[in-house]
Design a protein around this ligand. Structure first.
Ligand SMILES: *[C@@H]1O[C@H](CO)[C@@H](O)[C@H](O)[C@H]1NC(C)=O
Ligand SMILES: *[C@@H]1O[C@H](CO)[C@@H](O)[C@H](O)[C@H]1NC(C)=O
Ligand SMILES: *[C@@H]1O[C@H](CO)[C@@H](O)[C@H](O)[C@H]1NC(C)=O
Ligand SMILES: *[C@@H]1O[C@H](CO)[C@@H](O)[C@H](O)[C@H]1NC(C)=O
Ligand SMILES: *[C@@H]1O[C@H](CO)[C@@H](O)[C@H](O)[C@H]1NC(C)=O
Ligand SMILES: [Fe+2]
Length: 436
């Protein structure tokens, strides 16, 4: 009798322990589920940065990768790379909860598809297998054709969902994405202006995960990414190719030079960012006088929307156009691409407000584009100045949609703007390389 009682007691205990350990394991797995899996380019085309968020600090964050598709249950036989984990958000005192895991893949082969999964070695817990393809060429090589998708001002409400879906449907067409600032609008819910809203930020990262896990997601900061001290959430989340304390960087991709800067930091003469931009362009031009140079930033110099967010717009009283336009001109910057105005517009080659520098056929000054059409909750701009200024050419649109740059060769690039509802190309043009 008493043995029976004991057995019953022991087996109940065993069941409870089993149930508890399953619950703990599941809880731990939930805490370590990789979220926001993202790729980012570095300055070295043989590298790829992979980041992901977890709710807890794992003991063994890890990337598995190979040039063949694989099953993560065979992980022992696969190349593995340990990741670093930081609990940056809480350390900042903002009460954010995520951990950011970062791994830098190095020594990758050009023009090659890699398969990868992220997870926890100790827990035998891995994500789905994703893939990305590396760039074709090294610095200064000829242009190898490629396309990128570009938009700004997105967030989680408004038309952004539809826009993201359209981009996702054809994500294989693009080598990387450029988000031109105003990323999640995580500063707009009540009380979140300074600390940001973690729920909104994470929901945005979830929405773009099909893009960010497959092609590098390159960003610049916008005025809605400014929260929590000095954009710390923005910087630690996206891990762009610069020291994490900076918000400006450049890189070369298939023979094109890209420079992304922060319109939310000082750009006045002698400011650290101004010096950096000038040096970067000067050094690039010494090595490559004829190469395409594309500058990315959040705030435009020129637009003709009724909400005037352009050349009269200032950051801390400084005028970006006064600080930078002559620098772009001096170093033959071909394109300056921005968001901020919730509209789509492009200019003739411009300098000092004048369109006297030729056409898109070998222009003699920088061409400006606004693609603030991500579909954010603030809605499109109120309309257009009428009549359109002579420098505003092509369609002026208030659509939600995205831009595609096809870098064809050393003399030609093609651009198109796609409406995310109808999938129609609403504006397009060819630009030939201007050397002035
Ligand atoms: C991976 O291998 C395991 C064990 O052989 C198997 O159960 C699972 O279905 C495989 N997964 C995939 C996605 O093929
Ligand atoms: C790579 O991933 C993309 C997007 O998830 C998918 O469409 C594509 O089929 C994958 N490519 C290969 C070769 O597995
Ligand atoms: C953050 O955003 C979510 C989703 O909109 C909302 O439910 C929550 O109240 C917001 N939190 C704060 C502090 O604003
Ligand atoms: C897409 O284009 C159509 C016209 O072609 C326009 O009526 C509509 O407003 C656009 N949609 C969006 C979301 O901008
Ligand atoms: C560059 O591409 C354009 C457009 O396809 C083509 O007309 C031109 O011949 C090409 N130039 C070179 C040098 O290949
Ligand atoms: Fe903005």
């Amino acid at each position: 009798q008493s043995i029976m009682m004991n057995l019953k007691y022991v087996s109940t205990l065993v069941l409870i322990v089993l149930a508890l350990s399953t619950m703990i394991a599941t809880a731990k797995n939930n805490e370590l589920t990789p979220m926001s899996i993202k790729l980012a380019l570095t300055q070295d085309v043989t590298q790829m940065r992979i980041t992901w968020n977890t709710r807890a600090h794992g003991s063994s964050p890890l990337v598995l990768y190979d040039t063949q598709p694989f099953n993560t249950s065979n992980f022992v036989r696969l190349p593995q790379l340990e990741a670093n984990t930081e609990h940056i958000y809480q350390a900042l005192g903002g009460g954010w909860n995520e951990y950011v895991n970062t791994a830098l893949l190095t020594g990758l082969t050009a023009s090659t598809t890699y398969y990868y999964s992220v997870g926890e070695k100790d827990e035998l817990f891995f994500s789905d297998v994703f893939n990305f393809t590396t760039a074709a060429t090294d610095f200064n090589a000829d242009v190898t054709p490629f396309s990128i998708v570009v938009y700004g001002d997105m967030g989680i409400w408004g038309g952004s969902q539809q826009n993201i879906q359209r981009i996702t449907e054809r994500v294989d067409d693009f080598s990387f994405a450029f988000h031109l600032g105003d990323i999640a609008y995580a500063d707009l819910t009540s009380g979140s202006k300074d600390l940001g809203n973690e729920t909104v930020w994470n929901e945005f990262l979830d929405m773009v995960n099909p893009i960010t896990s497959h092609i590098p997601y390159m960003v610049c900061p916008g005025n809605h990414d400014i929260f929590l001290v000095d954009f710390d959430i923005y910087r630690h989340t996206f891990q762009m190719p610069c020291p994490v304390s900076d918000a400006w960087y450049s890189f070369d991709y298939n023979g094109i030079h890209f420079l992304s800067y922060s319109t939310e930091h000082l750009v006045t003469d002698l400011s650290p960012q101004h010096n950096w931009i000038e040096n970067d362009l000067k050094n690039y031009r010494k090595k490559n006088p004829d190469g395409w140079v594309v500058v990315i930033g959040h705030r435009p110099f020129y637009c003709s929307t009724v909400w005037d967010y352009c050349n009269k717009d200032t950051y801390k009283g400084m005028s970006m156009i006064d600080s930078l336009e002559h620098v772009f001109y001096m170093y033959n910057v071909d394109l300056y691409i921005t968001g901020h105005a919730h509209a789509y517009e492009r200019t003739l080659p411009m300098l000092k407000g004048k369109a006297e520098y030729g056409t898109y056929d070998a222009p003699r000054a920088t061409v400006h584009m606004v693609i603030g059409t991500g579909g954010n909750q603030e809605g499109p701009d109120g309309g257009w100045d009428e009549p359109a200024p002579a420098w505003s050419v092509g369609e002026r649109l208030l659509d939600t949609g995205y831009g595609i740059f096809d870098f064809t060769n050393s003399t030609h690039l093609h651009y198109s703007f796609v409406n995310a509802t109808t999938n129609e190309v609403r504006d397009e043009f060819w630009l030939t390389k201007g050397n002035w």
